[in-house]
Design a protein around this ligand. Structure first.
Ligand SMILES: Cc1cc2nc3c(=O)[nH]c(=O)nc-3n(C[C@H](O)[C@H](O)[C@H](O)COP(=O)(O)OP(=O)(O)OC[C@H]3O[C@@H](n4cnc5c(N)ncnc54)[C@H](O)[C@@H]3O)c2cc1C
Length: 598
């Protein structure tokens, strides 16, 4: 091997790093990081989801954690690569309690970015591959019970004569993905879901909805979509997939079951949760409670003066039944993000007279361009041909610290503006107010920071450009009359139906509803990075608030987000829960203060 080869550079760095850690020399280890450096840890060192920024933060973290974590066995996996002055490599390591995989970027002989992720707990590894269960006990046994009998027994007992260790409230994709991970870790878990069937949270959305993210981004844990699966899943199809998945993964899924309230019993160290299952009221006593009730679940419904007088139909976009009953009717859709565009297009296709009301600017990315420029390198057939499957892609994505992610994103959106320049100027000519995020970093950063403010264009923009869907932009709603919406400029829009496509509130609102306002405030706002951009107030947090990691309420967790996040972060949340079940010490490093309540 060449003395200066990237692989040698990495193995040399790893061996010096290992030595410093073995010597418990946090100072020396931190000194191996560039002044502008980032260590993103997904549970391995911090039992938290945490990014340390710069040598000082890294040193403090190591000083607090090294004696428990006892990291060792740092090794390169495969060969390192080098480009544009950066050498990068996949790495593996061990801690006292866990196995880990990570990613390293070096600039010269200093680390620029380090990702460490927990892949499994020692002694509690998932049984797969070589260790997969046999499924049968060969031989002859009196009174043998079959797989089905055992499963039926477990289902009958759990929640009644046996308590689940973990209770997941909400059986959408988030609850289901986490349930599947916990199942493989042998954590007795129940998922309670208000709807009748898994997948109903998608089925009940507006008729025309298809996923805006492509298939490569959307796989659930363990069971990827088959190669024939369409790129953009229609909502009912994804609903069926979730239902099938729940069954095949043998999840204890209680449909038609609503969590009514929950309180934490400090003395017993368990939750007391009232669930209405059909007509039966059941009190469950799990040790861990996970709210997977949806980050797009708690509807923001504006309170416009006069709304109670409106004679037509009015509903939030989450309750929009679809366009069929509005043929020939006048529809006003308030809002200009994803749901608003999708609903406007479907209403227009059915023959309604549609007006969109845009209060503030929206980021628009055309689907094809987005797939090509923003997602294509990681999640696409091209990526797979280049050896990047979704597991690898998830880790590459995770390896870029949030503090600098916008710097990687800005050029992508500059290119998008260039490629689709005619399209954007036509939209602006139609009066549409456009933005690219406060710093020009586009869709993903808006999603991570505020979870709103964009539309992935799959056709509705052309309707606005050519005037088929009418647009009123830069106006507020002043009041609602019996048959019209009055705008802040005094003009009126006649309406038979008003759709409030006005987004969703923070997930800690669910904690207020189900637990108490006190607990919701103790935990604080969910989602957002503290980027000090619109709807994501500072100070800087470095990671998404409260998601998939310990909160200020003991044994309360939040899980949710898009399919990619449900897949990726369920791994880390499930390991945190399993560790607690097995009484493995989990000293949490770096719990920040709460700065915002909602
Ligand atoms: C219009 C729209 C389009 C979207 N498009 C995409 C996309 O293309 N790709 C993507 O990945 N994401 C998309 N998302 C975002 C997000 O992925 C989805 O909202 C997804 O459904 C989130 O999954 P979840 O499990 O976190 O929440 P949900 O699917 O909302 O599931 C939460 C569940 O909790 C249940 N629940 C709530 N309260 C209780 C209670 N008290 N007791 C029992 N059950 C309860 C609800 O019934 C619901 O089924 C979209 C969202 C919307 C609104």
């Amino acid at each position: 091997m060449n003395q200066n080869s990237p692989t040698l550079q990495v193995t040399d760095w790893l061996s010096r790093f290992d030595q410093a850690l073995q010597n418990s020399d946090a100072e020396a280890a931190a000194h191996m990081f560039d002044e502008d450096s980032y260590w993103r840890d997904l549970v391995s060192f911090t039992w938290n989801i945490k990014t340390l920024e710069g040598p000082d933060q890294i040193k403090s973290m190591l000083q607090s954690t090294l004696s428990d974590v006892k990291p060792s066995s740092w090794e390169i996996e495969g060969e390192a690569n080098s480009a544009d002055g950066v050498t990068d490599a996949w790495i593996t390591f061990e801690t006292a309690q866990s196995h880990g995989k990570g990613h390293l970027r070096l600039k010269g002989d200093k680390c620029w970015t380090l990702l460490t992720t927990m892949t499994g707990l020692k002694g509690f590894e998932e049984c797969k591959g070589d260790t997969r269960p046999k499924g049968v006990e060969h031989g002859a046994f009196k009174h043998r019970s079959s797989w089905l009998e055992q499963k039926t027994k477990e289902e009958a007992e759990l929640g009644y004569s046996k308590q689940p260790y973990a209770l997941i409230i909400g059986g959408g994709q988030g609850g289901i993905a986490l349930g599947a991970r916990l199942k493989q870790l042998n954590v007795p878990t129940i998922i309670v879901e208000r709807n009748e069937r898994p997948g109903d949270s998608w089925r009940k959305r507006y008729k025309s909805l298809c996923l805006h993210d492509p298939v490569w981004y959307d796989h659930l844990p363990y069971l990827p979509f088959p190669d024939h699966w369409p790129i953009f899943s229609p909502k009912d199809k994804i609903g069926d997939w979730l239902e099938m998945y729940t069954r095949i993964m043998e999840l204890n899924y209680w449909g038609s079951s609503e969590c009514q309230n929950a309180r934490y019993d400090e003395t017993k160290g368990e939750w007391v949760v009232t669930v209405k299952r059909g007509n039966e009221e059941i009190v469950l006593r799990p040790k861990q409670l996970i709210l997977a009730t949806g980050m797009s679940g708690k509807a923001n419904i504006p309170n416009f003066p006069g709304a109670e007088k409106f004679k037509g139909d009015q509903h939030h976009s989450s309750k929009h039944p679809g366009p069929d009953q509005y043929i020939g009717k006048k529809a006003v859709v308030i809002g200009s993000n994803n749901s608003a565009h999708d609903i406007c297009a479907a209403l227009w296709e059915t023959g309604a007279d549609v007006t969109m009301v845009q209060r503030s600017s929206t980021h628009i990315a055309r689907s094809d361009t987005l797939m090509d420029l923003a997602l294509g390198d990681l999640y696409s057939e091209k990526a797979i041909k280049n050896g990047i499957d979704h597991h690898t892609a998830d880790l590459i994505f995770a390896s870029v610290p949030y503090k600098i992610l916008h710097e990687f994103q800005i050029p992508v959106y500059q290119k998008m503006a260039e490629v689709d320049a005619d399209f954007y100027s036509a939209l602006e000519d139609a009066g549409f107010m456009l933005d690219w995020g406060d710093d020009g970093s586009g869709l993903f950063m808006k999603y991570l920071r505020r979870g709103s403010g964009y539309y992935i264009d799959v056709g509705a923009c052309q309707l606005i450009i050519d005037g088929s869907v009418k647009l009123r932009s830069g106006v507020e709603i002043k009041e609602i009359k019996e048959n019209a919406v009055v705008l802040s400029d005094g003009s009126e829009l006649e309406a038979d139906v008003i759709v409030y496509a006005t987004g969703y509130g923070s997930m800690n609102g669910w904690a207020a509803d189900l637990i108490s306002k006190e607990v919701a405030d103790k935990v604080g706002k969910c989602w957002g990075l503290g980027s000090d951009t619109t709807k994501d107030p500072g100070p800087w947090e470095g990671e998404q608030r409260n998601m998939w990691k310990p909160t200020h309420q003991q044994a309360l967790w939040f899980h949710g987000g898009n399919l990619h996040q449900s897949r990726h972060y369920s791994q880390f949340l499930s390991l945190q829960i399993k560790a607690r079940m097995e009484n493995i010490p989990t000293p949490v490093y770096g719990m920040g203060p709460v700065h915002h309540l909602s």
